[in-house]
Design a protein around this ligand. Structure first.
Ligand code: F6R
Length: 235
């Protein structure tokens, strides 16, 4: 794994965007895998404030809460529209449908989107428990899109985005670890002390389903962009 230490999240956003631009210019990247949450926000700001044109690009998001519609202000679809797509149009942008009536069909639909649009560069954040996407500890490394139960620590971490904890959905659709590992290139962004153990497990720990992000050790092209606090547990 390549590790880029940055002084703060603002610099991390710039670095991450530079990597996206290199992939576009030098490797003709056309498909970006994208994440929500607080970590990639500065990268989206850089994208929005740039003069780069994404109108021939495809974006495929990692996940969506089950039970939230695409107009619900807490949905990841609205998060992506507000932070990126409304300001920088893409040719197509995909987010799982949280209101799908048939979960199996929705997962199959999403997997075929990923198959038809192989991901050139996947952006990831990391959960304090080492999750990537909503692939919680115990997820098999060959998993595809599934409806998952969110674990208590994820609900606890994400309640900050909701009025009260009871409002946090308990399930989500998530792209699988198998699909994430198929991306040609992966860039993971992480900031702050709360990510210390997750980053240590991911970079130096045993490759184990107990730390989903440790699967990234198996991938040949991963760059981690993190601040000093998040990297402080590394030996
Ligand atoms: C979001 C996602 C999650 C987050 C992770 C970190 O689409 O897939 O894995 O990246 O929970 O979230 P933040 O950045 O809010 O700490």
């Amino acid at each position: 794994m390549n590790i880029i230490k940055v002084k703060d999240q603002a610099e991390g956003g710039k670095k991450a965007f530079e990597l996206i631009q290199s992939a576009m210019k030098e490797r003709n990247a056309k498909v970006l895998g994208l994440a929500t949450g607080s970590s990639p926000i500065t990268m989206y700001e850089e994208m929005v404030n740039s003069d780069v044109d994404f109108s021939d690009m495809v974006a495929i998001n990692l996940d969506e809460y089950v039970g939230l519609s695409e107009t619900d202000s807490q949905s990841y679809r609205v998060f992506m529209n507000e932070n990126l797509f409304n300001k920088k149009p893409f040719k197509n942008s995909y987010v799982p449908n949280g209101m799908a009536e048939n979960a199996e069909e929705e997962c199959a639909r999403y997997d075929s989107i990923i198959e038809e649009n192989p991901i050139d560069l996947q952006i990831l954040g990391i959960g304090t428990n080492g999750h990537i996407g909503f692939n919680e500890p115990g997820t098999p490394f060959d998993s595809l899109t599934r409806k998952v139960d969110l674990v208590e620590s994820t609900i606890e971490s994400n309640k900050r985005f909701f009025e009260k904890k009871e409002d946090v959905p308990t399930q989500a659709y998530s792209m699988g670890i198998g699909s994430i590992l198929k991306a040609k290139e992966i860039v993971l962004v992480a900031y702050g002390e709360s990510k210390v153990n997750a980053l240590k497990g991911m970079i130096e720990g045993e490759i184990t389903e107990d730390c989903p992000a440790s699967a990234l050790q198996k991938h040949p092209n991963v760059t981690v962009i993190a601040d000093e606090a998040a990297l402080s547990g590394l030996s």
